[in-house]
Design a protein around this ligand. Structure first.
Ligand code: SF4
Length: 382
């Protein structure tokens, strides 16, 4: 290895904007670095600018897993990169397969943090959609009362590299199942509130959208939020991705009970942000409504919802609560679920009753985090 070149590469590190916190072995990950920074980095390392593009394409288009496979750059540069950087995906500790084809991944970061991602294959209207639900944090401080992740009480932000690494790790895992198993859609609906990790989430999305790399179309990446109002405005300005809102109530009083974040950003402010959200033609905001027995599932709620969302292009996903042992909330009666859906449709709403996926492996909506060990003090308390 040329030590002179390695020194240049180390110096060129300074040209990279926001590297994730270096892992314990000190080598930062290249998986969170956008193409423009890699080009700048190549120049600073005494290479041609286009070498940065070649590295980016190797990482995200060809999805190489070792620097040795970046065969279109010189061995000298490959060795220097290897000595300086890491391109490891989060480690797949466990894969659980549901009877419905859903796969839940227990992933381990370099610092030992555990988080989960869920792969959901679906055949809809004759076309195959394989959605990957990714995490943005290792727990969640937002504290929604129906959510298992909230009970973990941890919320380290994942870095852009760890977010992109999730996608690469799952793509690698499903690759042997053939072309039809490819991940086609990404939803930020896993562990964590993505808009409370705004810088790293948007950085990761920029990398995933880049046509030189993973090249996901913007309509196939959805960011779901509990309603971090200022960041909704930012997101609409910064990225062309799809937006989903976890709404779950039609009055502030009920929403405060199940989503304490409502005290900070009440429904009026959230709805104003949705009205202002710049939507591309033929796109809609997804409204997620978890039906909680006896709490938000009345016919009055079903009548208030269309009024609340009037004039906003939306589709409503109805999700009866996936019960778990960290919530006292209950799944509603099936007759109530059907009545709620009927009432929304009667008011002309585009409402879809979602079939829970991966419930047998605790991979369904609101259930993520079951494979994450509790801190010892909490373990004793439960
Ligand atoms: S539903 Fe989302 S925002 Fe709410 S606690 Fe769970 S992970 Fe956090």
């Amino acid at each position: 290895m040329s030590s002179i070149h390695t020194e240049l590469v180390l110096k060129a590190l300074e040209s990279l904007d926001a590297l994730s916190a270096p892992p314990p072995d000190g080598r930062p990950s290249l998986l969170g670095v956008p193409i423009t920074e890699l080009e700048r980095f190549a120049e600073a390392a005494g290479e041609q600018r286009y070498r940065g593009r070649q590295i980016f394409q190797g990482l995200f288009h060809r999805r190489v897993t070792s620097f040795a496979d970046l065969t279109d750059i010189s061995k000298k540069l490959r060795d220097a990169l290897e000595a300086t950087f890491d391109i490891d995906r989060p480690k797949v500790e466990q894969v659980q397969a549901s009877t419905d084809g859903t796969r839940k991944y227990k992933l381990k970061a370099n610092d030992g943090s555990i988080f989960e991602a869920v792969y959901i294959p679906e055949v809809a209207r004759g076309s195959r959609t394989n959605t990957l639900c990714v995490s943005s944090q290792t727990g969640c401080a937002v504290g929604c009362k129906f959510c298992f992740t909230a009970s973990l009480k941890r919320n380290r932000n994942l870095s852009a590299a760890e977010i992109v690494g999730q996608v690469l790790a799952v793509r690698d895992d499903v690759a042997p199942f053939g072309e039809r198993a490819q991940v086609t859609n990404i939803v930020f609906m896993g562990m964590g509130e993505p808009l409370l990790n705004y810088a790293q989430v948007t950085r990761a999305i920029g990398i995933l959208l880049d046509p030189m790399g993973a090249a996901f179309p913007s309509k196939r990446i959805t960011v779901s939020t509990s309603g971090i109002v200022p960041r909704i405005y930012d997101l609409g300005r910064d990225l062309p991705t799809q937006l989903a809102i976890s709404l779950n109530a039609t009055t502030n009083a009920v929403r405060q009970q199940v989503m304490p974040i409502t005290k900070k950003w009440p429904l009026e402010e959230l709805i104003t942000a949705l009205r202002a959200y710049p939507l591309q033609p033929r796109r809609r905001i997804t409204i997620e409504y978890v039906l909680l027995g006896g709490v938000n599932d009345t016919i009055e709620d079903a009548r208030r919802l269309p009024h609340l969302l009037r004039d906003i292009p939306v589709k409503v996903n109805l999700l009866p609560l996936n019960a778990h042992d960290r919530t006292e909330l209950k799944t509603p009666e099936w007759s109530q679920v059907l009545a709620f859906e009927r009432e929304l449709k009667r008011h002309g709403m585009n409402a879809i009753l979602r079939r829970p996926r991966g419930r047998d492996i605790s991979a369904a909506c609101g259930q993520l985090g079951e494979t994450v060990p509790l801190p010892q003090s909490r373990e004793a308390a439960t």
